[in-house]
Design a protein around this ligand. Structure first.
Ligand SMILES: Nc1ncnc2c1ncn2[C@@H]1O[C@H](COP(=O)(O)OP(=O)(O)OP(=O)(O)O)[C@@H](O)[C@H]1O
Ligand SMILES: [Mg+2]
Length: 225
């Protein structure tokens, strides 16, 4: 298993109260799998993704990537090299073009500008964006096009784990379907593990497994139901 949740819990503590946002979650995610997480607003879905992304450490239990607990890792490296998070509000650098957004993580690995751009162009082409869009800035692209750039960037980083928090939330149905197809294709063809938070049942149905969050409890959705 690429990723394992072992009795993972998370409690937010503020000055006045504590919120048990995640309670005792246990699950495993295989390489090449597409997983959907559904559940009401406030049920703990984003909290779970933040723990998997290494943005915070569990207050109980362990998140393990390749059998190593995030607690024991260099989290900066994990976040940079191992996981990519795609949000509903497109997290591209606004002052970089589409091509530069995808080239950026490649340059971080030490690749020179020209080969980084060449490789970035390949990744952008692979998500179906026409070449005349490569030089546009994010605010000159449609929502669906921006999500494709975000996916191309995930490909460029080479991360084997993509976490998508409502990636289709700002998109119309047809565009959302294209983005999900792309993620599903990535999972299947490149053995990337995709964990997708969605409110959309049709999208969730495309997943290999569906989990439901209810008041901080993660449940495997029975396929028979
Ligand atoms: N920084 C924080 N401090 C305190 N409580 C928080 C914090 N972030 C989230 N929570 C609480 O934790 C619970 C889970 O929140 P979370 O954002 O994980 O829900 P969600 O399932 O992603 O909801 P949505 O579908 O609206 O995005 C909620 O009760 C929320 O109010
Ligand atoms: Mg959320």
């Amino acid at each position: 298993m690429l990723l394992e949740l072992d009795h993972v819990a998370y409690t937010y503590t503020t000055r006045s109260q504590s919120v048990a946002a995640l309670k005792d979650a246990t699950a495993s995610f295989a390489a090449g799998g597409l997983y959907a997480i559904i559940g009401k607003s406030g049920s703990g879905k984003s909290t779970l993704l933040s723990l998997i992304a290494g943005l915070m450490l569990p207050t109980g239990g362990e998140v393990r990537y390749d059998n190593v607990a995030t607690r024991a890792m260099d989290l900066n490296r994990y976040r940079r090299d191992m996981v990519t998070v795609i949000y509903q509000s497109f997290n591209l650098f606004p002052l970089l073009t589409a091509l530069e957004n995808v080239a950026y993580p490649l340059e971080l690995t030490g690749l020179k500008a020209a080969p980084a751009r060449a490789e970035a162009a390949r990744h952008i082409a692979s998500v179906g964006l026409a070449e005349d869009l490569h030089r546009r800035f994010p605010d000159q692209l449609s929502g669906g096009e921006r999500q494709r750039v975000a996916i191309a960037r995930a490909l460029a980083t080479g991360s084997r784990l993509i976490l998508a928090d409502e990636p289709t939330g700002n998109l119309d149905e047809a565009t959302g379907a294209v983005v999900v197809d792309l993620l599903a294709d990535l999972a299947r063809r490149q053995q990337v593990t995709v964990i997708l938070v969605t409110h959309d049942r049709d999208i969730a149905r495309q997943a290999d497994e569906i989990y439901r969050m209810r008041d901080g409890v993660l449940l495997r959705n029975d396929p028979a139901v």
